[in-house]
Ligand binder design. Structure first.
Ligand SMILES: Cc1cc2nc3c(=O)[nH]c(=O)nc-3n(C[C@H](O)[C@H](O)[C@H](O)COP(=O)(O)OP(=O)(O)OC[C@H]3O[C@@H](n4cnc5c(N)ncnc54)[C@H](O)[C@@H]3O)c2cc1C
Ligand code: FES
Length: 328
């Protein structure tokens, strides 16, 4: 049985029933992966021709009418087929691990946003924009996105306290300096594409600023010169935070333009009012050739995804991390 791997135009031989990711790895095809369990979306690829046994859909990326995407780690080969791997030039391999980390700082950023710093007992490699699962106790586990870079030596997280939120209430009321947290990851496919040379649209809603900061910090530290248009949407003026970090980034990278947009209770003489998507619509025209990184609340991410598509961003150049509630 043969698998034709595009765009590399390589044919690999596989046994019926082989796992697609393992077959690609055995043939040394450049392929991103992380969790190996159908959770992170990193190993997504497209079935162009033929049938495969699909053991799990990519939850991170609901697929309209197009059903052709699969997660390679959950896919088994039953007949010869053609697979398109996505972005072979942007491969990211950080096998997900579990490390223990110690809480070294808990700071108030706004009335309902806390910044946590965790020092891992062992280094954990990740790409800018990825997230991890934080387990504070066996009953308090949630995903949070890193705001810093892998070389920082500590993880930085921004956590918005959700009214009646089980885990954020624990973080607010019980978590203290010196506590141990189990960190599992990294996860997520909305990581910085380092080879891209065109403009970048970075849209953060609320604590979606954390992964967006990581992406911008990563781009600057990699010496990328791309124009970066960062839109930071918040509900009201008191939800704005992080401007003190953005200002030095702008000095280091003059092609970084930052727009803070307040959706309600703002004063148009003082700040930009409305939805982030309205601001983007007003400011930017055709976005062909751009990459979009969209992080934060699901409705904002959905609206920004639609807008980016309508304005010409290729679907595979839209990298979105919606902060879906996890339940239990
Ligand atoms: C990939 C990923 C990355 C994430 N990164 C971050 C991050 O960097 N920072 C961050 O603050 N959060 C992030 N989240 C969200 C986070 O994982 C939790 O869902 C959030 O902290 C709420 O947890 P909780 O247990 O306190 O609330 P829950 O007990 O799970 O929920 C309580 C109630 O609040 C609602 N709710 C839950 N979350 C939200 C929300 N965000 N907005 C509005 N209502 C909500 C629920 O539907 C429910 O009704 C991320 C989520 C995902 C999937
Ligand atoms: S490696 Fe396949 S979904 Fe995570």
């Amino acid at each position: 049985m043969n698998v034709l791997v595009q765009p590399l135009n390589r044919v690999i031989q596989v046994e019926p029933g082989a796992n697609l990711l393992e077959a690609l790895q055995a043939a040394q095809v450049p392929m991103s992966y992380s969790c190996m369990a159908g959770r992170c979306g990193t190993c997504r690829c497209k079935v162009v021709d033929g049938e495969v046994l699909d053991g799990g859909r990519d939850q991170q990326r609901p697929l309209e009418a197009n059903d052709a995407y699969v997660l390679a780690c959950r896919t088994y080969l039953t007949e010869s087929c053609t697979i398109e791997i996505l972005e072979p030039g942007e491969v990211v391999v950080h096998p997900a691990r579990i490390v223990k980390a110690t809480v070294t700082a808990i700071e108030d950023m706004t009335h309902d946003i806390k910044r946590l710093h965790l020092k891992p007992a062992k280094p954990l490699e990740f790409s800018p924009g990825q997230y991890v699962q934080l387990q504070f106790t066996p009953d308090h586990v949630r995903p949070y996105s890193m705001a810093g870079l892998c070389g920082d030596g500590e993880f930085e997280f921004h956590v918005r306290l959700v009214p009646d939120g089980r885990v954020t209430r624990y973080i607010d009321r019980e978590l203290k300096l010196g506590d141990l947290v189990r960190v599992t990851g990294p996860l997520g496919s909305a990581y910085l594409r380092r080879r891209h040379e065109g403009p970048m649209l970075c849209v953060a809603g609320g604590t979606g600023l954390a992964p967006i900061l990581s992406i911008v910090r990563g781009a600057i530290s990699e010496g990328m010169r791309n124009p970066i248009h960062l839109y930071f949407g918040v509900r009201s003026p008191r939800d704005v935070y992080g401007l003190d970090w953005l200002a030095p980034l702008q000095r280091a990278h003059p092609a970084l333009k930052v727009h803070v947009v307040v959706s309600s209770g703002g004063n148009s003489a003082r700040e930009r009012c409305g939805l982030v998507t309205e601001a983007i619509e007003q400011d930017l025209g055709d976005l062909s050739g751009w990459r979009a990184y969209l992080c934060g609340s699901p409705p904002m991410v959905e609206a920004a995804t639609q807008l980016a598509r309508c304005r010409g961003v290729a679907p595979d150049h839209i990298h979105a991390d919606a902060f879906y509630p996890q339940g239990n």
